[in-house]
Every structure is written in structure tokens, then in C-alpha cells.
Design a protein around this ligand. Structure first.
Ligand code: SMG
Ligand code: MG
Length: 372
């Protein structure tokens, strides 16, 4: 595949409402997009990094920098060297990026844009390429920390009326047992309910976290720090609520370590966090073979990142609803045709590559800068 060029594009997308987690409040999504141009097709990749390194160590300016200095030049060197088969090999791209430590969100954006361009050239959808098994996926929604319990109940009620299949509450010390109890009391025992702490607790909080057991949660996501695999294993032995890892799982190797240690019984897979869709699929395969459930996480993606996540979420091991919400959960105007929930599900795109394109006028309006 001949690459004519790669564009780095920064866009600014106001969120419909502030989204507060244990590490901060997002009001706007500052997104880095990659566009790979070839004579036959264009491919898109969305970088999951946030403006500041608070969810993980990556941040948007850092991702743009490492792409410019190291990752894009490494891919250029690879593509300038003809492959023995003469064929483009996305796994060779994956291997060429591997020697650079970390920067998984930057790697994922680049690999996805190349994968998208290549799949579009061949007319195959990302969902088919990855091995999707379903035409639609059930959707959950992640509900931020609110200023009051009544405000939370109103927000949850609105999402349930829209059809969301499960509710995830963001928690932190001081905002955990009371909101969970209130949501359970109001919406009943059948509501699929889970919580996400974004690493806000430590092993010393175990007796407190054990009180969540009374509320029959689907899971507790990332209670401790990302490198606390041993501590998560200790917690998992002491509480009944299943432990799910998000920030801790950077690769299939981490997933294998976490499964061996008993650190989790569920994994949240985010392609950005693990360096792309190829690694995401490896984690899915590994988890499935071990009877570990997985679900697809979210990083407040635009329609471009959402389309690719829906393809992944359609793989057979994704047995729990993901944070793959509809476009209007995030943005008044998405940069693609909006994804709209139908009976609590979103359709898996079927067109070539990620299956969606940005709407040119909208993309232009939200663009802050471009670099070729
Ligand atoms: O995309 O719906 C979404 C956001 C889901 O809660 C979500 N993501 O830790 O899982 C998580 C967070 C990380 C991003 S918070 C700004
Ligand atoms: Mg999480």
C-alpha cells in the first residue's frame, strides 16, 4: 500500500454535559485524528488520549509529538522497504511500533488509520476482519459523579428511558455506597449496575468496598492503581463483587498476568489503551479461552472511534454491554452521521474499513489545526 501522506488533525468537541470522574472533569473533548491518504482510499484513526495525563500517562500533545518524531517515521521506513510478498502487512506495522515503549494510544491511532485505509482498499469491513459475530451490540452508559443523588437519579432515569441496557456509575471515596444504594432502590434489582473507581482506592479500603456486595453489582472496575495487580488479587478474594480491570491492562501480557494472579474476572478492553485493535483482539482471544468476560470501554470517542469500537464489541467474547453509547450521550453534533440507539443497541458498521466517514463541513467547523 502506497502512502501519499499522513495528516494530524486536532479537533475541539464540546461535551453535552461535564463528565466528572475520580481524576477530573471533562467539559470538552480535545481529539487528535489521523488521516492516512493512499491513491485508493483514506483511513482514519482516533487517538484516545485526553488533554492531560490523568487517566493514564498519555496526553494529546504528547501523542502528537511521539507520532511525529518516532511512530510515523518508523512506519515510513517499513513501507519504503518492499515486503517479500509485495503485500501490505498490518502485523508488520504492529511489530514496527512495538520497540517504542508505551504510547499505546498514539500507536493505536496510527495502526487503526493504516488498517482502515488497507481494509477500505480491499473492500472489507473492520468487523469482518476482526471476526465479529453480531450485527448489533447492546449498549451501556457511563454516568459521571454528580453534585447530588437526586441529580444522579434523574440522569440515570433519562438514560434508561433512552434504552441503555446497563448503567455504570463513576465512584470515588465519599461518592460510592450512597449513590449505588439510591440507584438500586429506585430502579430495582433487575437493573444491570456496575461501578468504576478509576484507581481512587487502596487495599486499606477493602472493608468499605466489601459493603458494595450488598447491591449485586455486575462488577467493580479498577478500584486500585494501574500497577496494583497483586492488591487487586487480594481484594478479589475478599469481596463478592467481581473485579474488572481497565487501566491495569496495557497488553495481552498484562492480561495473562492478571488472569494468572486472579487480579480480575472481567476485563474492560479499550483498543487505545492496549495499542490498537490487533492487541485488543489478542486480549479478547486470551480472555475467552480462560472464561474471562470482556466488554468494550470508551474514551468519549467521536463517531470515528465509536465505529471501530463497535466492530470490536461484536466479537463473541464481548458478553457484557460496553461503554459504546450513542453519539448524543457525548456531543450535540458528532463529526460522523450520529450513532443512535435502537432498542438499546447500536448497529455494527458494515461498510469497508471502519465503515463511516467524517461529514466534511462539520469536521471543518471543529478543526483547530492540521499538519501534513
Ligand atoms: O466513552 O462513554 C465513554 C466514557 C466511558 O467511563 C468511561 N471511560 O475509565 O472507563 C473509564 C473512562 C475513561 C475516560 S474518563 C474521561
Ligand atoms: Mg474505567
Amino acid at each position: 500500500m502506497k502512502i501519499t501522506g499522513i495528516e494530524l488533525r486536532r479537533i475541539a468537541m464540546p461535551l453535552v454535559a461535564p463528565f466528572r470522574t475520580s481524576f477530573g472533569t471533562e467539559t470538552d473533548r480535545d481529539v487528535l485524528l489521523l488521516r492516512v491518504v493512499t491513491p485508493d482510499a483514506e483511513g482514519w484513526g482516533e487517538c484516545a488520549a485526553m488533554s492531560a495525563p490523568l487517566y493514564n500517562s498519555e496526553y494529546v500533545d504528547g501523542a502528537a509529538d511521539v507520532l511525529r518524531r518516532f511512530l510515523i517515521p518508523a512506519v515510513k521506513t517499513l513501507l519504503d522497504t518492499p515486503a517479500p510478498t509485495g503485500q501490505f502487512d498490518i502485523h508488520a506495522v504492529n511489530r514496527a511500533l512495538h520497540p517504542f515503549k508505551g504510547h499505546n494510544m498514539a500507536k493505536s491511532a496510527l495502526e487503526t488509520a493504516l488498517l482502515d485505509a488497507w481494509l477500505r482498499t480491499g473492500g472489507q469491513s473492520l468487523a469482518t476482519y476482526l471476526g465479529a459475530a453480531a450485527p448489533t451490540v447492546p449498549c451501556g452508559v457511563s454516568v459521571g459523579i454528580m453534585t447530588s443523588v437526586p441529580a444522579l437519579l434523574e440522569a440515570v432515569d433519562g438514560y434508561l428511558q433512552e434504552g441503555y441496557q446497563r448503567i455504570k456509575l463513576k465512584i470515588e471515596p465519599g461518592w460510592d455506597l450512597a449513590p449505588v444504594q439510591a440507584v438500586r432502590d429506585r430502579f430495582g434489582p433487575d437493573l444491570l449496575l456496575q461501578v468504576d473507581a478509576n484507581a481512587a482506592y487502596t487495599l486499606a479500603d477493602t472493608p468499605h468496598l466489601a459493603k458494595l456486595d450488598a447491591h449485586d453489582l455486575l462488577l467493580i472496575e479498577q478500584p486500585f492503581a494501574d500497577d496494583d495487580l497483586v492488591q487487586h488479587a487480594a481484594l478479589a478474594k475478599q469481596i463478592r463483587t467481581p473485579v474488572c480491570l481497565d487501566e491495569s491492562i496495557h497488553s495481552a501480557d498484562h492480561a495473562a498476568a492478571a488472569i494468572s494472579l486472579g487480579s480480575c474476572s472481567i476485563i474492560n478492553i479499550k483498543p487505545g489503551r492496549v495499542g490498537g485493535y490487533l492487541e485488543a483482539r489478542r486480549i479478547h482471544d486470551l480472555a475467552r479461552a480462560h472464561g474471562i468476560a470482556v466488554w468494550c470501554g470508551g474514551m468519549l470517542e467521536t463517531g470515528l472511534g465509536r465505529a471501530a469500537n463497535l466492530a470490536l464489541a461484536a466479537l463473541p467474547g464481548f458478553t457484557l454491554p460496553g461503554d459504546t453509547s450513542g453519539s448524543h450521550r457525548y456531543f450535540a453534533t458528532d463529526i460522523t452521521e450520529p450513532f443512535i440507539l435502537q432498542n438499546g443497541h447500536l448497529p455494527v458498521p458494515t461498510g469497508p474499513g471502519i465503515g463511516v466517514d467524517p461529514v466534511p463541513d462539520i469536521l471543518r467547523e471543529v478543526t483547530v489545526s492540521t499538519e501534513w
